[in-house]
Design a protein around this ligand. Structure first.
Ligand SMILES: NC(=O)N[C@@H](CC(=O)O)C(=O)O
Ligand SMILES: [Zn+2]
Ligand SMILES: [Zn+2]
Length: 348
């Protein structure tokens, strides 16, 4: 039987939500991952260090007995965020990053930033203290085609910001385009990118061919095949600037399967099986540890995990549930549309 052992992975972009949904999904992450950067787009969002402390406590309370998992908290950047509060959160070790959502770009982002000028004092402070900015990199200008929103964001928002504040450390999250990959590779310093599991597997056909498939709809929306191939090449390259951020984003099925369905794909439960499949397909199983367990901590200035997990290839398919049941309702699990044979387990 083929198997590989790697350091326990981390998830550098995760939505855990709150309440019954949090309770229903957290074990799917904490079973496998040691740490995750927790997205702050709750309703209302996690804006202050007081909010983040309370949210971290709720996450730790929801953790199943015996699971070891460290939530790495973020603050949701608004035009009214206090630089002093951000700095205090960073100093105390509570805050790992601040998250920029352009207003209206994605789920629960209406309180995000409209005018970057208003965010400059906080961004300047972050540059000074070395706190990373995590970015949902899409413009929201109605004239810009939804498939071009990431590329236009790079040219009109991200690049001007990085020229103005070259010391600011920026994580371009859930990169979905060849343009994003090239931009990250070309940067001299202070720029890295996370890549989701699903964007390595689906292109936009998954959403639109043969009927509309809401469970493949997420933001940034999956692009053409050439972009998926560019993401794959980056993920398996070993380049330390690219690492895993699943962007696992649970929504209950009724909110996905309706006339205006929510964006988000739930992959926490089968991510490592999917990734092992992808890396094997690319002949790059030896690069999986860099992508899932080494590059992320290095970027965020943390040590890699000491524990190990083993991924073993089973003769029979490894079956995941089509849906998980949570107290908030059922959540459909990402279907990669191929059989999975890799199983993840903690190493003795
Ligand atoms: N990725 C998504 O499609 N949805 C995320 C928000 C986000 O990460 O943009 C969510 O919170 O549901
Ligand atoms: Zn996002
Ligand atoms: Zn997300």
């Amino acid at each position: 039987m083929q198997s590989i052992t790697i350091r326990r992975p981390d998830d550098w972009h995760l939505h855990l939500r709150d309440g019954a949904m949090l309770e229903g999904v957290i074990a799917d992450t904490s079973r496998t991952f040691a740490r995750a950067i927790i997205m702050p787009n709750l309703v209302p969002p996690v804006v202050t260090t007081v909010d983040a402390t309370a949210y971290r406590d709720r996450i730790l309370k929801a953790l199943p007995a015996g699971h070891r998992f460290q939530p790495l908290m973020t603050l949701y950047l608004t035009e009214h965020t206090s630089a002093d509060d951000v700095e205090a959160g960073a100093e105390s070790g509570l805050i790992t990053a601040v998250k920029l959502y352009p207003a209206g770009a994605t789920t629960n982002s209406h309180g995000g930033v409209r005018d970057m000028e208003k965010a400059m004092p906080v961004l300047e402070r972050m540059a000074k203290i070395g706190l990373p900015l995590c970015v949902h990199g899409e413009v929201t200008t109605p004239e810009v085609d939804i498939f071009d929103r990431e590329a236009v964001f790079i040219d009109t928002v991200l690049d001007p910001l990085r020229r103005r504040l070259p010391e600011l450390k920026v994580t371009m999250e859930h990169v979905t385009t060849a343009d994003g990959i090239e931009y990250i590779k070309a940067a001299k310093a202070n720029l890295a990118g996370s890549i989701t599991t699903h964007h390595l597997i689906i292109n936009r056909n998954a959403i639109l061919v043969g009927g509309i498939k809401p469970h493949y709809y997420c933001l940034p929306v999956a692009k053409r095949e050439n972009h998926r191939l560019a993401l794959r090449a980056a993920a398996v390259s070993g380049n330390p600037r690219f690492f895993l951020g699943t962007d696992s984003a649970p929504h209950v099925d009724p909110l996905k399967e309706c006339a205006c369905g929510c964006a988000g794909i739930y992959t926490s439960i089968n991510t490592m099986s999917c990734l092992a499949h992808v890396f094997e397909e690319e002949g790059a199983l030896d690069k999986l540890e860099a992508f899932a367990s080494l590059n992320g901590p290095a970027w965020y200035g943390l040590s890699p995990n000491e524990e190990r997990i083993t991924l073993s290839k089973q003769a029979d398919p490894v079956v995941f549930p089509a849906k998980i049941e949570t107290g908030a309702g059922p959540v459909t699990v990402f279907d990669p549309m191929f059989r999975l044979h890799w199983q993840a387990a903690a190493s003795a």
